[in-house]
Ligand binder design. Sequence first.
Ligand SMILES: *[C@@H]1O[C@H](CO)[C@@H](O)[C@H](O)[C@H]1NC(C)=O
Ligand SMILES: *[C@@H]1O[C@H](CO)[C@@H](O)[C@H](O)[C@H]1NC(C)=O
Ligand SMILES: *[C@@H]1O[C@H](CO)[C@@H](O)[C@H](O)[C@H]1NC(C)=O
Ligand SMILES: *[C@@H]1O[C@H](CO)[C@@H](O)[C@H](O)[C@H]1NC(C)=O
Ligand SMILES: *[C@@H]1O[C@H](CO)[C@@H](O)[C@H](O)[C@H]1NC(C)=O
Length: 771
Amino acid sequence: MKMQWLQLLITTCFSLPVLFSKENPNSENYPTKYNKRVKRDWIWNHMFIFEEQIGPLPHYAGKLNSSTVKKNAKYAIQGEYANTVFKVDENNGDIYCFERLDREVKAEYSLTALLVDRNTNKTLEPPSNFIIKLIDINDNAPEFIQKAFNGSVPEMSKTGTLVTRVLAVDKDDPTIGGNAQVTYKITQGQEYFTVDNSGSIFTAIPNLDREKKDSYEVIVEARDSPHLNIGLTSTATVRITLIDINDNFPTFTQSQFIFNVPENLRVGGEVGKMKVEDIDEPQNRKTKYSFIKERFQEMFAVNPNIMTNEGNLILKKPLDYETTKEYRMNIEATDPSIDLRVAKQERPKSITEVIVNVLDVDEPPVFSKPYYLFQVSEDANINTVIDYVSAKDPDAASRGIRYSIRNVKDGPIKVMNNGNIVNTKMLDRETMAWHNLTIAAEEIDPSNPPIKKESLGLVFIKVLDVNDNAPEFAEPYAPRVCENSAHETVIIKISATDKDEMKPGMKFTYFSAKKENNFTVQDNQDSTATILVKYGDFNRDVAKFHYLPIVISDNGVPEQSSTNTLTITVCKCNEKGEYTFCEEPLKLTSVSVPTIIIILVCLFIIILVVSIFAILKRMQKKNTNILGKNTTEIHEQLVTYDEEGGGEMDTNSYDVSVLNSVRRNVTGPRHELETAPCLYAQVQKPMRNGDMSFMIEVKKDEADNDGEGLPYDTLHIFGYEGSESLVESLSSLESGSSSSDIDYDVLNNWGPRFKMLADLYGLEPIGDFPY
Ligand SMILES: *[C@@H]1O[C@H](CO)[C@@H](O)[C@H](O)[C@H]1NC(C)=O
Ligand SMILES: *[C@@H]1O[C@H](CO)[C@@H](O)[C@H](O)[C@H]1NC(C)=O
Ligand SMILES: *[C@@H]1O[C@H](CO)[C@@H](O)[C@H](O)[C@H]1NC(C)=O
Ligand SMILES: *[C@@H]1O[C@H](CO)[C@@H](O)[C@H](O)[C@H]1NC(C)=O
Ligand SMILES: *[C@@H]1O[C@H](CO)[C@@H](O)[C@H](O)[C@H]1NC(C)=O
């Protein structure tokens, strides 16, 4: 161990009692002895100094010693705070601390010891690391992690219920004595709460009452060094709140509540509010209300208001001032959810008296029934009293009532002033089976202006059926039969309808109206009938149509029957019995919509073609104006006749003397005619009778030589033709309709080859038309 050059001689300014004094009370000698004996065991690279040392600086920390003794060697240190806080005496190796150090700031310092040549600064020995440790003293009080704590616990909790936890920490070294060991103590509020050494706070008494005091400020003290009684302390405030529980019964604020309510308060409306007091918090006010006498439950109910805890008195049935003017009842308020073991109150129930005064209100009339259902026979005479309605003024005034029908104007039903319902017209079930009326009842109010109080009632009047309609064919039948149909051939099955009510058991019966007949009407006994061929083999030459009157009767009271004629067409048939040729019966058949459209389209095309022709004609005329006159000139030549005269029999409107007068003025100027408003209408009194034939000759001559006269093809418009002429009308309107006189009857004689032609053109054989 020659090379062991350095030895740290550990000394302390104030000896460590625990470490050294006991073992080695002779502190003066021990370093040498110690070094020699247990050189290797000694923690030689640690030095210890106390933190926060009092006394003059510097404080001695320890000594460096090297076994190598060289003349020009010196001690030096490097590392944390070397040569600033820690300095070494280069000659003897003493290390001093030049500052008061705080273990809680830095607990140890790592340094390196060097032995260097004074002249060259070269290290003479390898450097050795050592640590200077600070020895803790109790210089820090425990600190609470929060300045203030909050805690809560339900009121009335058992003793020892955990409220909250507090925590304080001490910065001192926990390994040294009790420097960092914390204990707790309550210095304010210790009569209510306790704290254990872990910082948990518990209730100290069982009956903490929120309603008396709802929060506590508890001061907790934390102390260290519990064994020495000289520990450092700090305090924190803990705010402990009591959580409400439902432990208080509600109490009515008044011993009597009086409510004044109008009688027309709607059902479900509020009569009034009953206030109660419950010192628990709102969520713990669960007041239940009940009637002491159960009969009031029909009339009223109490709904607790969840927010305010008030009892809302609600109306369950309509009030009526005229029957009950006042209600007096006792209502109890209690809270069944309270656990009686925690309840503090002696009296668990609170009872109040409630008086409801009903106020009179002028109400509208009230009908005796919610609605009326009446019946009347449809054959009821005019002014029959069907039934009556009645409404009353519910008020004490009991005013008269006036009735009127609201929904129907000028109907067959009227309501009289006394409420009687009367029919003013005959009723017909088949046009209106129900008369549903809204009848207004209005109070007759003598005050001025009258307060119109009215209400509406419903009246349903059912018109009862009377058998007043005869049955008819169910549909317009158009049966056909083959020419050569055999005896008993079924032609058609018919049925009937009746506008009257079809009562169960209603049946129609059928029979032929004529005894002698070519057909059999077979009543099937089930409201239908079958038409059969009676003899067979029809002759189309004799009759193409057969008319079969059938009487249909119902079995109602009174019995109704009608005669309906069935038109049976006789058709040609082939061997298979299929119809090959049938005439349509002469009657107005309904025309289907497509047919009408086709007809209209055809008409339109015709009009179009005619118009095109007319336009083409006009264009042609324009181009080839034969007369060499313009169109206006031609127009001027159109003469309008207001009146033609009454024909031969009419001697009033036409006078022959006109002609005579013309003859008289043979040599008269022509322009006279032009000035006349209407050429032939000009009437002149006859002067004398002359030779008519001569006059006509003159006229003819005039006309022949008259270049400016009207051409013979001038268009004439006749306004009035006259009447009662033996000669037929001159009008061209009917001239085209004259039927041809050609007798086609001969076709019948030409044999079967021309039978079809004969059928089409020949005289129609007279059928068995009944009328
Ligand atoms: C240092 O150690 C040597 C032996 O290694 C010893 O002789 C000497 O006395 C010591 N110095 C001090 C001051 O203790
Ligand atoms: C040795 O070191 C000291 C301190 O660092 C310095 O003042 C001195 O000049 C140095 N001497 C030599 C010879 O380098
Ligand atoms: C404690 O409660 C008070 C009041 O409610 C609040 O202001 C405070 O911030 C709370 N403190 C903590 C630490 O929760
Ligand atoms: C009249 O009332 C009856 C019975 O409610 C109903 O069957 C009928 O359809 C109603 N008639 C009319 C026209 O409202
Ligand atoms: C039966 O039909 C024939 C023609 O086929 C006719 O002449 C005769 O009058 C009809 N009888 C009656 C009762 O209609």
